[in-house]
Design a protein around this ligand. Structure first.
Ligand code: S3P
Length: 172
């Protein structure tokens, strides 16, 4: 594969349930790069889970930690980085990503997102209200911003490998 790609990190953006972590892990294997999950890094740094973090310190503090963690990762050697769904909404994070990495939006429709988030707990933004309605609202707010990513790939229902292969192709 092309050396320019290897020289830069690849940052996956998209809504909760888009498959950023599952696609990211497999894409990293294919590209022979380390995989890093920003949410897990925040949890390790904080010593608690994301729902606990929201509960104790609130969303604003989470966003500050998230920006710092992503900045630090981007300053290091190239990786495939899965970001939390809100990360790309911060302008300074988008600038850091643009400076150091190639961004790839995993675009999924509401049904796919809803099906996937229903399989796993631990997303504080979806815990208190109707998750489908929240996702719909977040799609409206965030999709115009995610569209600023360098590349995009549809994340459809079915085997994750399909999305991994499409991501690999658009990166090459
Ligand atoms: C969030 C997405 C989550 C996590 C936090 C907030 C968001 O990550 O960072 O719950 O604002 O969309 P995933 O997209 O990996 O679920």
């Amino acid at each position: 594969h092309s050396p320019e790609i290897h020289a830069k990190s690849i940052v996956l953006v998209g809504l909760m349930g888009a498959g950023k972590s599952s696609v990211g892990r497999r894409l990293a294997q294919k590209l022979e790069l380390p995989f890093v999950d920003a949410d897990r890094e925040i949890e390790n740094a904080a010593g608690c889970t994301i729902p606990e973090f929201f509960e104790r310190f609130g969303e604003e503090e989470f966003r500050r930690g998230e920006r710092r963690v992503i900045q630090r990762i981007l300053d290091g050697p190239p990786v495939v980085l899965a970001t939390g769904g809100g990360a790309f909404m911060a302008e300074d994070t988008r600038e850091a990503i643009a400076a150091h990495a190639v961004s790839l939006w995993l675009k999924a429709d509401l049904d796919v997102l809803f099906e996937r988030v229903s399989r796993r707990q631990g997303r504080p933004l979806l815990a208190k209200q109707n998750p489908r309605a929240v996702l719909e609202k977040l799609m409206e707010e965030r999709y115009p911003v995610y569209a600023l990513a360098d590349l995009e790939v549809e994340s459809r229902r079915g085997p994750i490998e399909m999305t991994v292969d499409k991501a690999y192709e658009v990166l090459m």
